[in-house]
Design a protein around this ligand. Structure first.
Ligand SMILES: C[S@@+](CC[C@H](N)C(=O)[O-])C[C@H]1O[C@@H](n2cnc3c(N)ncnc32)[C@H](O)[C@@H]1O
Length: 279
């Protein structure tokens, strides 16, 4: 993947006192305290404001999105969609973000980067949806990002009653990783070091029935029905390496007309993999 474009920050917009949010390491080096949720929140907000003129407010008990990681995924979808070429043709690209969270981070970044993208942002958690709606309004993007609470009684991740008569170019997703609290505890216990940054995710953000593998299998099943007419191509982050390897083996069973694209990002502290299926 070519390097990310360099952004020129507007002057004097940052007014956060990062000294208060920093700590000194044993080697006397000052660093942002990545285990302090307030520091993470301010850092993400500052990066978004300086580089994208986006304003973001998320509660401290919700997942605080690490911006470089989220940007990498957005950037990758742009490459697959070839938005640059489309921008000159002024064609609008409709996309879906499954599990948008309080931050609504993928739609916000994608819409700021490209003028011809619109998003349907879904979540099953009413509080996350409330925050996401506020974040969209805070940035004046209500006409381009619709945030919807998925209250459908259907077990589908992308229920037809929510998609309506629209069709979409692609969907992106960062599903909850774990099956239950025990799995989270086990995963933490297996790590020899303390995580380098704190994880502030709520229960619904961290856990889903059957874990991310079950989520991915369900999305894969739906993709076989919805693509290409309803949603042209599907993508998801896969947070756990073990799930990624199992799912990849399953995807390698050939399905006619399906093309796979993989992106790997080494982003401390997790190895985030992204899988895309295209038809
Ligand atoms: C790991 S968080 C991702 C939040 C945000 N997209 C990000 O990357 O920072 C997962 C989100 O998916 C939502 N979620 C879980 N199951 C879902 C489902 N079946 N449909 C839509 N959203 C779901 C959770 O409520 C949570 O907000």
């Amino acid at each position: 993947m070519p390097p990310l474009p360099i952004y020129r920050p507007p002057e004097n917009l940052l007014q956060v006192d990062f000294v208060q949010l920093s700590k000194q390491t044993r080697n006397s080096v000052w660093t942002i305290d990545f285990r302090n949720p307030k520091a993470l929140r301010e850092l993400s907000a500052a990066i978004l404001w300086i580089h994208f003129q986006l304003r973001l407010e998320v509660p401290l008990d919700s997942l605080l999105p690490p911006i470089p990681n989220r940007l990498g995924y957005v950037y990758w979808t742009e490459q697959l969609s070839n938005h640059q070429a489309l921008a000159t043709l002024s064609e609008t690209v409709h996309a879906i973000d499954i599990g948008t969270g309080a931050s609504c981070i993928y739609p916000l970044l994608a819409c700021k980067r490209k003028k011809n993208v619109n998003f349907l942002a879904l979540d099953i958690d009413a509080r996350q949806v409330e925050y996401a709606i506020e974040n969209v309004a805070r940035n004046g993007l209500e006409k381009r990002i619709s945030v919807i609470l998925n209250e459908s009684t259907s077990a589908a991740i992308l229920p037809l009653d929510i998609l309506g008569s629209n069709s979409f170019r692609f969907c992106m997703c960062n599903p909850p990783f774990y099956k239950n609290a025990t799995e989270i505890r086990l995963s933490r216990a297996q790590k020899s070091d303390l995580p380098s940054q704190t994880c502030t995710g709520r229960k619904t953000e961290m856990m889903t029935a059957g874990g991310e593998l079950a989520f991915l299998r369900q999305l894969w099943k739906e993709s076989l029905e919805l693509s290409p007419h309803k949603v042209e191509w599907f993508s998801s982050l896969v947070g756990r390496k073990e799930d990624y390897l199992i799912f990849l083996r399953e995807l390698e069973q050939p399905v006619e007309g399906v093309e796979l694209d993989l992106m790997q990002q080494q982003v401390a502290p997790i190895l985030a993999q992204t899988i895309v299926s295209r038809y």
